[in-house]
Design a protein around this ligand. Structure first.
Ligand SMILES: [Zn+2]
Length: 434
């Protein structure tokens, strides 16, 4: 009997959870991008990967690990709503021709590149990335799962799987290569009929896509409004949203009419389209390449992008920060390429607070993470970054990210990546949530 009691007591003792480790961050300044305000000398508490307290009079519990960011400005993590982490075309060997990259580099290599690109994005403060296709044979899904299982550090990934389009996708293959060899796969899923559209969506969802991307008008015929409605309805069965690659005004009109979630690229987005997008609350991922990324835009395209972005801002379209980054710029990480897009936003005359909103709050909305992660709020997953300057006065302060916390763990400190805690032999911290 005694031994049974002892055994029960021992069991009870071992079953009692250890007091959770508390992390306390002392923030010299704390930015709230929703209100555009800054609070000074705040304390942020984190337990089991979530924010448990935020405030000026928050007491730091005994035994907490204190991270002193008193000299820095703390703010929520950034979002790039349109990147291609598993694609990096380069001068050598493919002369920046993407057709060659996907022929010369297979999915396994591109998946490894995606891990590296994701780490580079996180180091530049991007805690969420929407990875929008052209990622080989589901390298984007592998990346997302590897991050969620805790194998590697990286941003939270919202990924599209393979881009769905009419025959050829964005490519113009020869009959030998297109029909004979199906060469557009795995960059595009050919889907020309309603049955093919439904099947393509189900294939993407089966293999791990968490958003669906379609070519609305990559070919002169493109998808009709009804076909886009079909895509939206089929994706909605799995609770998944649809982004449209749009390059013409008529394509934009059809996508907007169908009620698409987000539109990528700005070529088809006129003043009229912007007004319709604002009415319907359709997110804009304009992918406005700055002129400073030499060779990746032209002065004419850049000027049009600046005008378009300004027009969208004036029309109160829900703006997201998006880059379409899928190339190597010597001397720059993928994160530095992404943050360079600030140049276009500044040229469009958009105030820093609204640029920051696009990069945070609107990004979380477009990514549908608002309820789980993004803002520095009690109950949400603990992601945050810190910079030296004040981004509400000078948005370029975001170029120098000194500190990154992801899933409650320090990824970067004093400007140096310290990712040890992110490397695990399996999902030892449980699966991370999006
Ligand atoms: Zn793209």
């Amino acid at each position: 009997m005694t031994s049974l009691v002892q055994a029960l007591v021992a069991l009870a003792v071992t079953a009692t959870p250890l007091a959770a480790q508390v992390t306390a961050i002392k923030a010299g300044r704390l930015v709230n991008p929703e209100t555009g305000t800054i609070a000074t000398n705040q304390v942020i508490l984190i337990e089991e990967g979530r924010f448990t307290a935020v405030g000026g009079d928050t007491a730091i519990p005994r035994g907490a690990e204190v991270i002193d960011l008193s000299d820095l400005t703390v703010l929520p993590g950034l979002v790039d709503t349109h990147n291609h982490l598993a694609l990096t075309y380069k001068k050598v060997p493919e002369n920046d021709v993407y057709y060659l990259t996907y022929v010369m580099e297979g999915t396994p290599l591109r998946a490894i590149q995606a891990v590296s690109n994701g780490i580079q994005m996180l180091s530049s403060g991007f805690t969420i990335v929407r990875d929008m296709g052209n990622n080989g044979n589901y390298a984007d899904a592998a990346l997302r799962v590897a991050i969620e299982q805790g194998w590697i550090p990286g941003p939270t990934i919202i990924n599209s799987g393979i881009i769905i389009g009419g025959m050829g996708g964005q490519f113009w293959p020869t009959p030998e290569m297109g029909t004979g060899k199906g060469i557009v796969y795995p960059e595009y899923l050919d889907a020309d009929t309603p049955d093919e559209i439904i099947k393509a969506i189900r294939q993407n969802l089966l293999y791990g896509a968490t958003v669906i991307k379609i070519c609305v008008d990559c070919k002169p015929w493109g998808y009709t409004t009804d076909e886009i409605r079909l895509v939206i309805a089929e994706s909605a069965k799995a609770g998944v949203r649809v982004e449209g690659h749009v390059q013409t005004v008529e394509g934009a009109r059809r996508a907007i009419e169908a009620g698409i979630w987000s539109i990528a690229h700005s070529r088809g987005l006129t003043d009229e389209m912007h007004k319709l997008m604002a009415q319907k609350g359709i997110f804009r991922a304009g992918t406005e390449t700055p002129l400073t990324l030499t060779g990746h835009t032209t002065p004419e395209a850049y000027e049009a992008n600046v005008r378009g972005l300004k027009n969208a801002y004036d029309n109160k379209v829900p703006l997201t920060f998006s880059t379409d980054a899928d190339y190597y710029v010597p001397g720059k990480t993928r994160g530095e390429v992404a943050i360079e897009f600030l140049e276009t936003w500044k040229a469009a005359g958009i105030p820093p607070v609204d640029i920051l909103r696009a990069m945070t709050v609107t990004g979380y909305q477009a990514s549908e993470t608002l309820e789980t992660r993004g803002l520095i709020q009690v109950g949400l997953v603990a992601d945050l970054i810190a910079v030296a300057g004040n981004p509400l006065q000078d948005i370029d302060a975001l170029r120098e990210v000194r500190f990154v916390l992801k899933d409650g763990m320090v990824f970067k400190r004093d400007g140096v990546m310290t990712p040890e805690k992110f490397f695990n032999p399996g999902p030892v911290n449980g699966w991370r949530i999006r």
